[in-house]
Design a protein. Structure first.
Lengths: 162, 183, 178
């Protein structure tokens, strides 16, 4: 029974919240699916994988007004913001903890915005505003880089070709 | 490169006696016409003296007119002004009209020599609201400001960044309808 | 000249001391502004023959920011005058040797080439750090606004600020967050 339920979970990521079955812990950080472990009075054990709310759920911004952007389907185009490479709080949402840009399958951006934001993430990383390769909590000093990378530099967003 | 600046005086614009305000005083005090009675170069001057000089003298009672005939020399006129300046002009082969024109020019001048102006404007009252100094129109807070100053450390006329705009949009949407978790 | 007018003239022609924070500023863009202050062209009393330039104190010149990859593309040329005396120094190398030099050369270039250029340059005081000597600090009576906003590093934000910041998209359900 328990095994069958587990197979239904499939490729979904889950965390086992109970102490008994901590051996089937697969991935921790993302609490998207939680495994619940219930023992019914008749002796059957039900292990179920339930969707958990995303940690971002309360902070998601919804744009209702149709602004004149590049396209209508993409949320960044609807927001119609002049994002620069210095807006690290926005850009850091599009990267993994190791500083890699998320794929379009995950970000759900239009091609143009994916290219723009990907380039700006690179700009911010080269400027030392966001860490690259290091985890986000790393306090690695950009000043400890070598040669020309040691000094401050800024980028011009008009040079992005798209 | 010209050497004109070596001969042309330079100075500032000025007018005698407050631009003739109140009472007009003719600045031309004395004019001397020198001419020859025989030679052709003085012919226009002689014509002028015959026909127009009396009228000129009557119209300008404040000006003394001298005539100085001299033998076989080129004609000229010398104007002397109230400020002590003396203007010489050769009238060789001038026509009668030309002599008349130059004479009226001498008569209407102020006597200040022709010069290159270092400034094209002058006023006795340079400023009504007070002369500028570095603290004019400055906010009074800068008298007590400590440097480096936090407010002055930000660029002027900078619009909100995308980060600030996004926070504003988020606040607006939260006021209208609080977002519930989707899952 | 009356005593009032004399004092008024001192006030008009007095030299100001301005502070400029070069942190994250492009030296070539800020030089356009600083050159105006050094030559006195920001004043209504400016005249080419009127020596009315101000003092400018530049701090944090070590923290200037060049655009793009200019640190390794910009080259400073020097010739000793002897044969084979030419030398080319990259901007980042020059900045390592003297952190005030890139700023100083940018301002020197931004000023018009004339006989008072070097006199005006004497009124420029550049310091690589944020420390100003006391005798100069006491003179400072104004500040020039920076030409570019100073960016903030992601590590400069607290975890709460990052978490509470509005998110533009949510992860798909099957996404493994790493």
């Amino acid at each position: 029974m328990a095994l069958r339920n587990l197979s239904q979970i499939g490729r979904k990521v889950f965390e086992v919240n109970c102490n008994k079955s901590s051996s089937i812990f697969v991935a921790s950080i993302r609490n998207i699916k939680q495994v619940t472990h219930n023992e019914n009075p008749d002796g059957t054990v039900v292990i179920a994988g339930n969707y958990m709310p995303s940690p971002r759920a309360n902070q998601i911004i919804t744009v209702k007004s149709e602004n004149e952007g590049h396209c209508n389907s993409c949320y960044m185009c609807k927001l119609n913001l002049d994002v620069k490479h210095t807006d690290v709080l926005i850009l850091s949402q599009f990267v993994r903890t190791d500083g890699c840009m998320l794929p379009r399958r995950v970000t759900n951006l239009c091609k143009r915005q994916q290219k723009r934001i990907g380039t700006m993430v690179t700009m911010a990383q080269k400027a030392g505003l966001m860490s690259n390769i290091n985890p986000s909590w790393s306090h690695k000093d950009p000043r400890k880089r070598y040669q020309h990378k040691k000094w401050n530099s800024y980028w011009d967003e008009t040079t992005i070709k798209c | 490169m010209s050497n004109s600046h070596l001969f042309l005086q330079s100075g500032f614009i000025r007018t005698p006696l407050q631009n003739g305000l109140g009472r007009y005083i003719p600045q031309l005090q004395r004019i001397t016409l020198k001419f020859c009675k025989n030679q052709g170069g003085s012919r226009g001057v002689r014509d002028f003296i015959e026909s127009d000089l009396m009228d000129f003298a009557k119209n300008n009672p404040g000006t003394v007119v001298y005539l100085k005939p001299r033998r076989h020399r080129s004609p000229c006129m010398v104007a002397e002004y109230l400020n002590g300046e003396r203007e010489y002009l050769s009238c060789h082969e001038f026509s009668r009209d030309e002599v008349h024109k130059w004479l009226s020019y001498m008569c209407t001048r102020s006597g200040i020599p022709v010069m290159r102006f270092r400034k094209y404007q002058h006023t006795d009252y340079p400023s009504i609201q007070g002369v500028w100094n570095p603290f004019t129109h400055q906010a009074p807070e800068i008298n007590l400001a400590q440097y480096p100053n936090d407010i002055l450390s930000k660029p002027a006329n900078q619009g909100p960044t995308a980060t600030e705009q996004l926070i504003e949009i988020f606040k607006k949407t939260q006021i209208k309808d609080p977002i519930k978790p989707e899952h | 000249m009356s005593a009032t007018k004399r004092v008024q003239q001192w006030a008009t022609l007095s030299r100001m001391w301005y502070l400029f924070d070069a942190q994250w500023q492009d030296p070539f863009r800020s030089a356009q502004t600083l050159a105006l202050y050094l030559t006195g062209q920001n004043k209504p009393i400016y005249h080419p023959l009127n020596d009315c330039g101000d003092h400018v104190v530049v701090i944090n010149s070590k923290e200037v920011a060049l655009r793009g990859d200019e640190w390794k593309k910009r080259v400073y040329f020097h010739h000793t005058g002897y044969p084979k005396g030419a030398s080319w120094t990259l901007a980042w190398q020059l900045h390592e040797k003297d952190p005030t030099m890139v700023m100083r050369k940018a301002i020197f270039k931004a000023m018009a080439s004339n006989l008072i250029r070097r006199t005006n340059m004497e009124r420029l005081h550049i310091f690589p750090g944020s420390e100003i000597p006391e005798e100069i600090k006491g003179n400072i009576s104004g500040q020039i606004r920076p030409v570019m906003p100073v960016p903030k590093r992601l590590t400069g934000y607290s975890k709460e600020e990052i978490d509470n910041f509005p998110k533009v998209f949510d992860y798909p359900n099957d996404y493994i967050l790493r």
